[in-house]
Write a protein that binds this ligand. Structure first.
Ligand code: PLP
Length: 380
C-alpha cells in the first residue's frame, strides 16, 4: 500500500476486501465444483439461475458469459430487423451501445436528465422514429432509471423495454418494491468483479418473465442449440460456467447487506461533503432504491475536475471517471461524431467517482470527505 499525506491510500474499490468477506462460503463453493468434475452447463448454473430469478422477481434467469452478451442476446433473441433503432442513454458505458451495434441494430443516443444521470423520458419520446423497436434503459451508477415513465412510453408506442442492469443489482424504483431486471421486457446483468454482485472473472445473466424470450436466449447462448447436436439457429458460446455460478450463489446472500452498506457510505458522504466547487449527486429523494454502484460528484468543468482528481490523488484518495469520453466522441463510433449531445459531453468533462463499496471504513470515508472539502479550485 502506498502512503500519502494522512495515511495509506484509500482505494477506489477494494475487490480483495470484498472477496475476503466471502472467503469461507466461496472456498466451499469452489471445492464443491472442483470435486464434482462438471464445469459447464450443470447444477451450479441452474441453481444460481433459480436463485437470481427469485431475487429479481422474474420467472426466468439465464446465465451467460458477461453483461455485454446478456444485452446482445436479449436484442438478438427479439428478432428485430437489421437497421432498426434502439434508444440508449448518451452517457452510458459504451457496452450498451455496442450490444445494439453488434446485434445489427442502430443505437440512437438519448440525453440524460443531468440531475439523475439517467435517460430523460421526454427526450426518449422525442427520439422515437418509425424504425425504433426498443429502449435500453440503464440504471446508471446504481440508481434505477425512470421505469414507470419508460414503461408507459413503450406501451403507447409499441416498443420493447429492456434494462442494462450492470450497475443496478437489487435497485428499485422510487416507492417501488420490484427490483431491476423485472421492470421491463428483459434485464441484462453483468457479474464482472467490480459490480455490486461480482464473480471471479466474467459472468452475466438475462432475466425475463417471457418464456419464449428466455428459451431463445438460452438457445442462442449455447450454439443455437436447445437439444444437444441439434442446431436450430446460428448461435454463439456465451455461458456462465459452474465455477462462476457457484461463487455467485455463495455471495448472493450478502448482496442486500452490501447494498445497504453502500447506502450508508453515500449518506456519510452526503452529510460530510461541503465544498461549493463540488456538486453532489441529487438522490436524497431516492435513498432506499438506490444501490450506489458509484458515488459520482461533479466539478464546474474539465480543468477543475482534473484538478480535483489530482488534489485527491495527492491526498491518497483514488478516483475514477465514469466516463471520460462520450460514446459519440469515441473513434469506434466515428459515424456519430457529428452529433451534438451537450449533456453527455458536460458529464464526460465534469464527473468524478469517489471511493465506494461495501467494505470502505468510516475513517476512510472521512479522509475522502476531508480531502474533497479542502479542494480549492481557484488555486488551479
Ligand atoms: C459493466 C457494464 C457493462 C458490461 O458488462 P460486462 O460484463 O463487462 O460485459 C454494460 N453496461 C454497463 C452500464 C456496465 O457498467
Amino acid at each position: 500500500m502506498s502512503v500519502a499525506a494522512g495515511g495509506p491510500t484509500v482505494p477506489f474499490l477494494d475487490v480483495a476486501g470484498i472477496t475476503a468477506r466471502h472467503r469461507a462460503a466461496t472456498y466451499l463453493a469452489i471445492s464443491r465444483v472442483m470435486d464434482s468434475g462438471w464445469f459447464v452447463l450443470g447444477r451450479e448454473c441452474a441453481d444460481f439461475e433459480r436463485a437470481w430469478a427469485g431475487y429479481c422477481g422474474t420467472r426466468h434467469a439465464v446465465g451467460v458469459a458477461n453483461g455485454l452478451d446478456a444485452m446482445w442476446l436479449l436484442l438478438k433473441a427479439s428478432g428485430f430487423a437489421t437497421g432498426n433503432e434502439v434508444l440508449v442513454p448518451s452517457n452510458t458505458y459504451i457496452a450498451t451501445a455496442l450490444a445494439v451495434s453488434n446485434a445489427g441494430l442502430t443505437p440512437v443516443l438519448v440525453e440524460p436528465d443531468p440531475a439523475t444521470f439517467n435517460i430523460d423520458p421526454d427526450r426518449v419520446e422525442a427520439a422515437i422514429t418509425p424504425r425504433t423497436v426498443a429502449i435500453m434503459a440503464v440504471h446508471l451508477y446504481g440508481r434505477c432509471a425512470p421505469m414507470a415513465r419508460l414503461r408507459d412510453i413503450a406501451a403507447r408506442r409499441g416498443l420493447k423495454l429492456f434494462e442494462d442492469c450492470a450497475q443496478g443489482h437489487g435497485a428499485r424504483e422510487m416507492n417501488g418494491t420490484s427490483r431491476t431486471g423485472s421492470l421491463g421486457d428483459g434485464g441484462a446483468f453483468s457479474f464482472y468483479p467490480g459490480k455490486n454482485l461480482g464473480c471471479f472473472g466474467d459472468g452475466g445473466a438475462v432475466t425475463t418473465d417471457d418464456d419464449d424470450l428466455a428459451a431463445r436466449v438460452r438457445e442462442l447462448a449455447n450454439y443455437g442449440s436447445a437439444r444437444k447436436y441439434e442446431n436450430r439457429v446460428k448461435g454463439v458460446n456465451s455461458r456462465l460456467d459452474e465455477m462462476q455460478a457457484a461463487v455467485l450463489s455463495a455471495k448472493l446472500p450478502l448482496l442486500d447487506e452490501d447494498n445497504a452498506r453502500r447506502r450508508a457510505v453515500a449518506a456519510r458522504y452526503r452529510a460530510g461533503l461541503a465544498n461549493g466547487a463540488v456538486a453532489m449527486p441529487a438522490d436524497s429523494d431516492h435513498s432506499e432504491g438506490h444501490v450506489h454502484h458509484l458515488f459520482v460528484v461533479r466539478a464546474a468543468d474539465r480543468p477543475r475536475r482534473d484538478a480535483l482528481a489530482a488534489h485527491l490523488a495527492a491526498a491518497g484518495v483514488q478516483t475514477v471517471i465514469h466516463y471520460p469520453i462520450a460514446i459519440h466522441r469515441q473513434s469506434a463510433y466515428a459515424e456519430l461524431g457529428g452529433l451534438s449531445l451537450p449533456v453527455a459531453e458536460a458529464m464526460a468533462d465534469t464527473v468524478l467517482s469517489l471511493p465506494m463499496g461495501p467494505t470502505i471504513a468510516d475513517g476512510q470515508i472521512d479522509r475522502v470527505i476531508d480531502a474533497v472539502n479542502s479542494f480549492r479550485p481557484e488555486s488551479f
